[in-house]
Design a protein around this ligand. Structure first.
Ligand SMILES: [Zn+2]
Length: 436
C-alpha cells in the first residue's frame, strides 16, 4: 500500500488520493498475447521433439535463455545486475528509489525432460508486469525488480534452489565448487557463460516477493479453480531405511522360518502410506526408491533399502509422522527376524508465507473476479527460501492434468493471463502508484 506521510490530520486527503489511485491501478491489465508469445519464444531455446524444454542450468542453452531475458529487460528500460551466484535482477526504478523494491520472478532452468511453464512463467510474468507498467506510463512509488534465480531445478548441480538459497543465506558461496557429473563446477560454468556477476550474492531489503508458478499438481484443475492462493510450503523429512533379514534359498526354507526383508518392507511401505492418510489432507508420504538385495528370483531377500519422503504443513504433524515411523520400525518384527535402521537425511521446515502478501494475492483474485482457493505448495520453490528473509507469497495457476517436470506439461493461455494479472495487482498494491 502507499504509505501516508504520517500526521493523522492528513488521513482524509490521503485516503481520497488512494481511492483514486486504486481505481486507476485496478483497471490495468497485462497483454496476454505478448506474455504467451514471450513464453513460446523462450521455450524454443532447448525445445524438445515432444514439445518440452531441456535447458539445464549453466549450459549454453541456459546462457541463450538468460541473454534473451536480459535483452527483453533492457528493452523494457530496466537496469540489469548479476550477482556472484548468477542470479539476474532487472530493475524498474520507482519514484522513491530509496525504498526497498517489490521483487518478483522465478527460474528459467529446466529438468532434462521439462516443460515450457515451470519457472519460465514466473519470470516472464514479472517481465510482462513491467512491460504493462511501461505501456500505461504507470510510475510506481517503490522500484519493481524481476529476478531469475540460478539453478532452481538442481538437475545438473545440487543443491536445488541454489541461487535463491545463497541469496537467503541457506548456504554460502561454497556451492560454486559443486561439480556436475563431468566434473565441471558451478563457478567455472558461470564464468564460461558470462554470468559470474559482481554483486554480492546476499539478500538486500525487499518490500515483498511474489512468485507466479504453475501448480505442478492436480488440485486447481480438479476443483475448476483459476488461482491458487499459496499460503505456504510443506515441510519435508526424508529418510533412508535399511531392513536387514537373511538371504536363504526360496525352495527349502519354510514360510515360518524366513527372515524376508522385502516382505517386511512391503508391510512397512503400506504403513508409511497410512501415516499420511491419517494426517489428511496436507500430509504426504512417498516411497519412491527401493533396492532389494540380492534381487534374485529364487533367493529370499536379505537386505532392502528404500527412501521415505514425508511432507506436512506443520512441524507438529511432521513430528507425529516421524514418531509413528520410528515406532513402526521398532516393532517391525516381534521375533527379531528383521532389523530396521532409519536415518533422516533431509529436513526442510514448513514455510508459511507472510499473511499480508498472501492476502494481497487473495484480494487481487477477488477483485479480478477470478475463482480462487487457498493451497499449500507441496513442492520446493525459490519462494520458500525467499520467505526466510522477506515477506513472500506465491500465485499458482492450473496446469494440464497436474503434470509438470514432463515434456507434456501444459497450461491454458487464459490461466497464464489470469495469474499474471493477479501478479500485476499484487505488485502494484505493494509498490504503490504515483499519480500521473
Ligand atoms: Zn519451478
Amino acid at each position: 500500500m502507499i504509505q501516508g506521510p504520517g500526521p493523522s490530520g492528513r488521513a482524509t486527503s490521503i485516503e481520497t488520493i488512494m481511492d483514486t489511485l486504486t481505481a486507476a491501478q485496478t483497471a490495468l491489465r497485462i497483454d496476454a498475447g505478448r506474455l504467451w508469445g514471450s513464453l513460446m519464444e523462450l521455450a524454443e531455446i532447448g525445445a524438445t521433439a515432444k514439445g518440452g524444454v531441456c535447458r539445464l542450468a549453466l549450459t549454453d542453452l541456459d546462457r541463450r535463455g538468460r541473454d534473451l531475458f536480459v535483452r527483453w529487460a533492457r528493452d523494457a528500460g530496466c537496469a540489469v545486475r548479476i550477482d556472484e551466484i548468477g542470479n539476474i535482477f532487472a530493475r524498474r526504478e520507482g519514484q522513491d528509489n530509496g525504498l526497498p523494491p517489490v521483487l518478483t520472478g522465478s527460474h528459467i532452468d529446466t529438468q532434462p525432460t521439462g516443460g515450457k511453464f515451470d519457472g519460465n512463467f514466473g519470470v516472464l510474468a514479472g517481465l510482462e508486469v513491467i512491460r504493462t507498467l511501461n505501456d500505461h506510463g504507470v510510475r510506481t512509488r517503490a522500484p519493481v525488480e524481476v529476478v531469475v534465480w540460478t539453478n532452481e531445478e538442481g538437475s545438473r548441480f545440487v543443491p536445488v534452489m541454489m541461487g535463491s538459497g545463497v541469496f537467503a543465506g541457506a548456504f554460502g558461496l561454497e556451492v560454486l565448487d559443486q561439480a556436475d557429473t563431468e566434473g565441471l563446477t558451478v563457478g567455472q560454468e558461470l564464468r564460461r557463460i558470462g554470468y559470474a556477476g559482481s554483486e554480492p550474492a546476499r539478500h538486500f531489503p525487499i518490500q515483498a516477493y511474489f512468485e507466479a508458478h504453475i501448480e505442478q499438481g492436480p488440485i486447481l484443475e480438479a476443483t475448476d479453480t483459476v488461482i491458487g492462493v499459496v499460503t505456504g510450503a510443506l515441510g519435508q523429512r526424508w529418510y533412508d531405511v535399511v531392513l536387514t533379514g537373511m538371504e536363504a534359498h526360496a525352495g527349502p526354507t519354510p514360510m515360518d522360518m524366513r527372515h524376508d526383508a522385502l516382505l517386511a518392507a512391503a508391510r512397512l511401505i503400506q504403513a508409511v502410506n497410512q501415516i499420511a492418510l491419517d494426517h489428511a489432507p496436507d500430509a504426504r508420504a512417498t516411497v519412491g526408491w527401493i533396492d532389494a538385495y540380492p534381487n534374485s528370483r529364487n533367493v529370499i531377500p536379505g537386505t532392502v533399502r528404500f527412501s521415505v519422503d514425508f511432507r506436512a504443513a506443520s512441524d507438529e504433524v511432521l513430528d507425529a509422522m516421524d514418531t509413528e515411523l520410528r515406532a513402526l520400525c521398532a516393532t517391525l518384527d516381534g521375533g527379531g527376524r528383521i532389523r530396521a535402521v532409519l536415518d533422516q537425511v533431509v529436513y526442510f521446515p514448513p514455510q508459511p508465507f507472510a499473511a499480508p502478501m498472501v492476502d494481497a494475492v487473495r484480494q487481487a483474485s477477488r477483485q479480478l473476479g477470478l475463482s480462487h482457493r487457498d493451497i499449500v505448495s507441496g513442492a520446493g520453490h525459490d519462494a520458500v527460501y525467499l520467505a526466510r528473509v522477506t515477506p513472500t507469497a506465491m500465485i499458482f495457476v492450473p496446469c494440464k492434468d497436474g503434470i509438470s517436470h514432463n515434456e507434456i506439461e501444459d497450461a491454458r493461455p487464459e490461466h497464464i493471463q489470469a495469474g499474471c494479472n493477479v501478479l500485476l495487482q499484487a505488485v502494484l498494491q505493494q509498490a504503490g502508484v504515483v499519480a500521473a
